[in-house]
Design a protein around this ligand. Sequence first.
Ligand SMILES: Cc1ncc(COP(=O)(O)O)c(C=O)c1O
Length: 697
Amino acid sequence: MIAAIIQARTGSVRLPNKVLKKIKGNPVLWYVIKRVQQSKKIQDIVVATTSNKNDDIICDLCNLWNIKYFQGSENDVLDRYYQTAKFFNVDIIVRITADCPLIDFRVIDDVISLLTDNSLDFASNCLLPSFPDGMDVSVFSFKSLEIAWKNASLCFEREHVTPFIQNNSSYYNKSLFKAENYSFKTNFSHIRLTLDEKEDFDVIQFLIERTELDTSWLTYVALLTKYPEVLNMNAIYTRDEGYQSSLLEDKYTSKNDNRLSNNNKRMQDRAKKIIPGMTQLLSKRPDQFSYGVWPTYYSKAKGSYIWDLEKKCYLDMSIGGIGANILGYADEDVDKAVKTAISLGTSSSLNCPEEIELAELLCDIHPWADQVRYARTGGEAMAIAVRIARALTEKDKIAFCGYHGWHDWYLSANLNRINNLSKHLLPELNPLGVPKNLSDTVFPFRYNQIDDLIKIVNNYSSELAAIVMEPIRNEKPKDFFLQDVKKIARKHHLVLIFDEITSGFRMNSGGAHLLLDVIPDIAVFSKALGNGYPISAIIGKKNVMEVVQKTFISSTNWTERIGPTAALATIKKFIKIDAGKHLMAIGDKIQRNWKSIAKQNEIPIKVNFGIPSIGQFSFQVDNAMSLKALFVQLMLHKNILASNVFYAMAAHSFNNVDHYLSNFEDTFCELYKAISIDCVDKLLIGQPSNIGLNRLN
Ligand SMILES: Cc1ncc(COP(=O)(O)O)c(C=O)c1O
């Protein structure tokens, strides 16, 4: 028996009760049934609705109209079809959806003939749509339905009935089902005769009010062509939105969903209670990525891979330990040197000789520098550098550009103007707790904006001690900017301090200033220097550095042995493998591909081209933070840690990069779909970040 099974329910999300909406006194469902009843090939009609109480009204209507019905699962529509077909002994199922009140019996009969005349398992006019949306007919054998019912496992395959058959059919070069598409010579697939939105209803009402029950679909097309204002009413909606959104949603609702494990969630809850701000570094907080999905804690890290608390392994294409792990995680050579240092004692009443060897190596690499001091973190090393400049010049004021850490001297920039740091790090960073009498001691200038610096120097020349800046970050220096900065420093006797905490050992074996050909008075290194072990170094000219002896700069743990040992091993390996070259090559490849993939997918992004081995892009859309969170989420689903920032590590192989880029491309394709059906926020499992790092230099 050939029977039409019309799926109908009241619970549509976009247009509730749509099948009950009345036109000329009759519900939409009535039109569907009346038009299907005109088929010459269909022997019976069954309405397949849900066992949901709200859908009892559909059963009441079927009773009233003397139409068979079946009540089954609301979401597993494949099961609903299977049970309906089985119950009524249907051999050939004609699938119609109740949101197609203009369905044409002529098209239905043609698709049935295509199946029966060619002994197909599946025939449809939707494999490659050419008919208007709303003329959708799929015809298949009970046997095919049963195979799909037994084997389909993904949510969207169960919700949309036919994807399993389609995707395993000859139409897609698979052998499980023999399938063909029924097409029309002209493509009218952009025209909407389906009922999903309020505007669709207006269009359908317009057409029904002007035509008969047996009017052909071509007459509808002709009418709409005659009345373009009606045609345009629903033109903004995309075909098969429901299908596309469940395809995307499936990624999260299927077994492999990437919600946080209980273990990880418990750890975050414990942290929130006992560690204010959850972690010691803003950039490693889960809300910087997507709170609720970002794994946050690791059990193991090796090379370019990280294992979370569930031992789930991710390729890390994100922040590379926020730039600290320049060689890669748990580097064998560095760890070996550190283990030896541990076995020989990492701290004692005497000093370790490694700090002298490291100082000599740093001065060899940077021949302009004569002396070195150490600390263990970047921020404290910068505080030391600023102290040295102030001690030497006996002046207080500083002109600065970029981010330099959490210390009082730097945050004081925001004391009297909360936005002073907004162009350098975070908008409205709160200087609460910084002594108020430090206000008006430090002044920001923007990168590549020499006039900003000139203005500061003109205003405060006689009170300035230093110019503090990152020599390069998100932009390359333009128009002799760095040379001009140096000239100003010389002219006004200011100490020029290059903060190489992020730029150092990232483009070359040493400070980026060697490549940029501008020599400072002091350069500061940390991050990459110890490949994750804590160490920072302040290197400088003798006449500048020697003032350290006149002021007081001293700390117990700056004398331990692991930091300098790790730095020595890291630098030696970095030089041996010429890591800078590799970092630059992969960074460059990634940034170029970001741009082209985003362009292909019509998603506007801005890529910062500064240090190639540190890439950063931002979404140029209104809901940028939501899109970033969805990007993070979709990449996690592919077992890749990624955000809008990429720090290259020597352990990243070109295979890693290619794997990442192909997943990046798939993810941008998914983002495009999510944007085009306006469901970015709907798809988010975690929360979008509400703070974005905003370093401009
Ligand atoms: C240029 C620069 N200076 C200073 C710092 C502060 O270093 P740390 O986080 O080790 O205190 C950072 C950290 O991101 C940095 O990028």
